[in-house]
Design a protein around this ligand. Structure first.
Ligand SMILES: NC(=O)c1ccc[n+]([C@@H]2O[C@H](COP(=O)([O-])OP(=O)(O)OC[C@H]3O[C@@H](n4cnc5c(N)ncnc54)[C@H](O)[C@@H]3O)[C@@H](O)[C@H]2O)c1
Length: 265
């Protein structure tokens, strides 16, 4: 019997990737560009976002850099309008995120507000805005970038990051339920340790908190990865591309680890 679950091929579809000026977001945007998506490359920093877009165009794709702070409602609305003006939004990748180190008992309300605002609240409201559009079209996919930190509270030294990423996993499941009947799929990816400037910044902050040299922090982190290697943005991007593709058409509400075996549930 033929399956009742169908999705269109992705070539020519419109995608938004937030936080795509560098790191994992840039890797995702480049991969989606190669797959034939038209990509809106959103970031706080327009010039760097445009550089990602230019790299997609230079490789034969279509992309535009766009300045957006995902914590601002007006910027989120502008992003959606920019996609709709270009024919509608097929894929949203919520990748923008920040990390902040602190010992758990030293967390201030300001720390909580800043981290939760970018990593959790903005993801919810980006999803909400995109889903209103997608549900009315009865098609669309969202991939949120969570973290294994949301499942295992991977270190005590970025406690609110852990809380925010757990929230992303929970909202992915809630919204997957909300969109399932209209065939809007919502999944998330949980990266482990990926080599980006976020990791470099954390090494320095952890060194300061623990008094250990950054090289020791890095060596201890590596020792916790069963595959014995850090990941790169490409490893995350490939799984995002799969979740967004028709190959994953019967998957929704999932939180997929990309962690070299660090997280196995
Ligand atoms: N690097 C890792 O090991 C790792 C592991 C697990 C999850 N993640 C997640 O992957 C995502 C990307 O991380 P990365 O390592 O590439 O980080 P990064 O710091 O290299 O890049 C983050 C990008 O997001 C942008 N950004 C930050 N705040 C923004 C805002 N308010 N609006 C728009 N853009 C904003 C930054 O300008 C930057 O370009 C984050 O959600 C992060 O939590 C990273």
């Amino acid at each position: 019997m033929k399956s009742e679950i169908n999705e269109q091929p992705v070539a020519g579809q419109m995608a938004i990737v937030t936080g795509a000026a560098q790191g994992i977001g840039r890797g995702i945007a480049l991969r989606l560009g190669r797959d034939g998506y038209r990509v809106l490359v959103a970031d706080l920093r327009l010039e760097a976002a445009q550089a990602t877009a230019d790299a997609i165009v230079a490789a034969g794709g279509a992309a535009w850099g766009i300045a957006a702070d995902v914590t601002r409602a007006a910027d989120r609305a502008h992003l959606m309008v920019s996609a709709i003006e270009r024919g509608g939004l097929d894929l949203l990748v919520n990748n923008a995120g920040i990390n902040r180190a602190s010992a758990p008992l030293d967390v201030t309300e300001e720390h909580w507000d800043v981290v939760m605002s970018v990593n959790a609240k903005a993801v919810w409201f980006m999803c909400q805005e995109a889903m209103r559009h997608m549900v009315s079209r009865r098609s669309g996919r969202i991939v949120n970038i969570a973290s294994i930190a949301g499942k295992m509270a991977s270190t005590l030294n970025h406690p609110i990051y852990n809380v925010a990423k757990a929230a992303v996993i929970a909202m992915t499941k809630t919204l997957a339920h909300a969109g399932a009947a209209q065939r809007v799929r919502v999944n998330c990816v949980c990266p482990g340790v990926i080599e980006t400037s976020m990791q470099d910044q954390l090494d320095g902050a952890f060194a300061e908190l623990t008094g250990k040299p950054p090289e020791q922090i890095r060596a201890e982190r590596l020792a916790r990865i069963p595959m014995g290697a850090l990941g790169g943005p490409e490893e995350v991007a490939d799984v995002v591309a799969f979740l967004a593709s028709p190959d994953a058409r019967y998957m929704t509400g999932q939180a997929i680890n990309v962690s070299g075996g660090m997280m196995m549930f």
